[in-house]
Design a protein around this ligand. Sequence first.
Ligand code: NAD
Ligand code: DAU
Length: 336
Amino acid sequence: MQQVLVTGGAGFIGSNFVHHLIAATDARVIVLDKMTYAASPAALEGLPADRFRLVVGDVADAGTVGPLVAELTGPDDAVVHFAAESHNDNSLRDPSPFIQTNIVGTFVLLEAVRAHDVRLHHVSTDEVYGDLELDDPARFTETTPYQPSSPYSASKAGADHLVRAWVRSFGVRATLSNCSNNYGPWQHIEKFIPRQITNVLAGTRPRLYGAGANVRDWIHTEDHSSAVRTILERGQIGQTYLIGADGERSNIEVVRLILQLLGRDPDDFDHVTDRAGHDLRYAIDSSRLRAELGWSPAYTDFEAGLAATIDWYREHRDWWEPAKEAVEAGYAARGQ
Ligand code: NAD
Ligand code: DAU
C-alpha cells in the first residue's frame, strides 16, 4: 500500500488534500504538522484510523523528519510538502518564523528525502513571480522570472530554489507546483475571503485594503488538491507546474459579491490602510498542467463556489468564532 507523508496536513489546503487522497486512492497518509495557530484538528476528524496517522512535530526538526521519511520504503511512497507560514500580513509583522519554517524546514525535508531517496512534491505559490499590471496581457508561466515582494513570498521563492538545486545537484526526485489564491472550507479567518464572510456574519463590515483594485486569481481548494495529486501521479521529475482556474477578480468585486450573497447592501464595507508592498495582480497560465497531464478544475463557477463557502462558514460558527475577536484586534491595531 502506498504511503504519503503530508507536511502541514492540518492546515487549510493540506487537510483538504488528505481527505482528497484518502477518498481518491487507497494510500495510507501520515500527517506531520506543528499544530500552529493555523492548524485545524477538526478538519482531520473522521478519517479512517487504519489509513491515517497524525504526528505533531516541526518540519524544521531533522530528528523528527528523518525517521518519518525513513518509513517511506515503497516504490510509490512520497512526501507532499504543504507546511508553511502562509499569511503575508504576518510576515510583514515578524518575518522570522517564515524563514525558519519555509526555508529551513524545506532544507531539512530535502536532506531527508535525499538521504532516503524518497519522491517529493513541493507546494508553492504564484507570489514568487511578483505581480502584474492590471492591463498586462501576459499571465505567469513556468518561465516567468522570480521577483517576490514580501517576506512570505521571498521565503517561498527561497524554498523553490532549494528544491530545484537538490534535483539538479543531488538527483532528488521532486516536482514543484505554484498555485494561485485558494478559497473554500477551513480557511483561517485571517485570510481575505473568510475574514469578510465572518465579519458580515458577526455583524461588522468587511475591510478592503486601499481602493480594492488588486486582482487575485481564485481557485477552489478541491481543485488545488486534485492538481497536486495529478502531478504526484503523472508529473515529470524536476518539472514545475502552475495551478490555476482562470478565476481573476478584483478584491472590491469579491467583497461586493460576498455582501450581495449574504443579502446585504454591496457598498456596506470600509476601505482601510493598505498592505505594505501590496502586490497588484496575480494571474496564472496553467496550460502546461492541462495539456501535459490532462488536469482541469471542477469548480469553474466562482459565484457558486463562494456561495457554498459562505454556507460552510454559516454552519461552522463554533469553529471560527473563538478566534474572531483576537484576529480582529490584531488587524485593528494596524489600522486594518
Ligand atoms: P495554512 O496556514 O492554512 O496551513 C499551514 C499548516 O502548516 C498548518 O497546519 C501549520 O500548523 C503547519 N505548519 C506551520 N509551520 C510548521 C512547521 N514548522 N512544521 C510543521 N507544520 C507546520 O496554509 P495553507 O493556506 O493551507 O497553505 C498550505 C501551503 O500551500 C503553503 O505551503 C502555502 O505557501 C501554499 N499555497 C497556499 C495558497 C493559498 O491560497 N492559501 C496558494 C498557493 C500555495
Ligand atoms: O497567491 C497565492 C497566495 O494567496 C498564497 O501563497 C498565500 O498563502 C495566501 O495567503 C494568498 O495570499 P494573498 O496575500 O493574496 O491573500 P490574502 O487572503 O491575505 O489577501 C487577498 C487579497 O485581499 C490581497 O490583495 C489583500 C486583500 N485583503 C486581505 C485582507 C486579509 C483585503 O483587502 N482585506 C483584508 O482584510
